[in-house]
Each structure stands twice: as C-alpha cells, then as structure tokens.
Unconditional design. Sequence first.
Length: 147
Amino acid sequence: MKKIIVSLSLLLTAGLSTAFATDDPNPGEKVLATFKNEFLTAQNVVWTKENNYDKVSFVLASRRVIAYFNPEGELEGYMRDIFFDQLPLAVMTAVDKKYPDAVIIDVREVNNSNGTNYKVRLESKSKKLSMRVSPEGNIDEVQRFVK
C-alpha cells in the first residue's frame, strides 16, 4: 500500500511541476557542462531560476530529480524521489518504530554539502508529519501539520 501511495504521489508531483514551469532561463555554459557531466541520461529537463541558483527538474532512471547549481556551475545539491523500501534499513526501522500506523506520503533523498539525509512525509489518523532522517536512523526536524 505504501508503494502505491508513493508512486501516485510521484506521478502527480512530476506532472504538476512540468505543467507550471516557466520559460527556460538558459543557464550558463558552466552549469550546462556540469549538468551534462553529472546527469548524462536525464530526460524531461526543465530549467528555472530560484534565488541565485539554477534549478533543474528532470527524470533519471524513472525517478524525479531536482538539482541546484550555483552561478559558477558547481552542483550544490540534489533531491530525488524514492520509494520507502529503497531507504537504508536504519531509516526504515526508525520510522516504522516511531510511527507504526502511519501511511508514508512521500520520501526524498537529499544530498548536499551536509551529506545525505532523507525527508519523509507521513500521515496517521490524527496528524501529518514531515521529518528529516539521517542515514543512521536519527529522526530530526519533525514538523507537524494540521490534518
């Protein structure tokens, strides 16, 4: 059940992000060169600007990815949608132990200069939560939302 919900969430998110995308901002040559080097087989590429960063949304290996590049053309970080069962075992068990009856809404792997962590959104009967989880299974930055 969790896989179905996450899959539907990914499809909806990918569809909406391309539907509301603005015109291509034409990133610089350094950014394009780094992008092509890092993500050779990217498909459905959509560029936008976010603050001083070039933001690119694309599909890689059937997964939605969002990457950020600084003006010097360096990859600052990326986020990709993954399934719950693709998480490290420590992350899966930590979330399952703390929230055994919750339904997973979506899972994202975030990689930047701080390392890799996972953003997990879930919903139980009485609350919606978003949290950051380290690869070791430490749950940080839990945000609660009104249901």
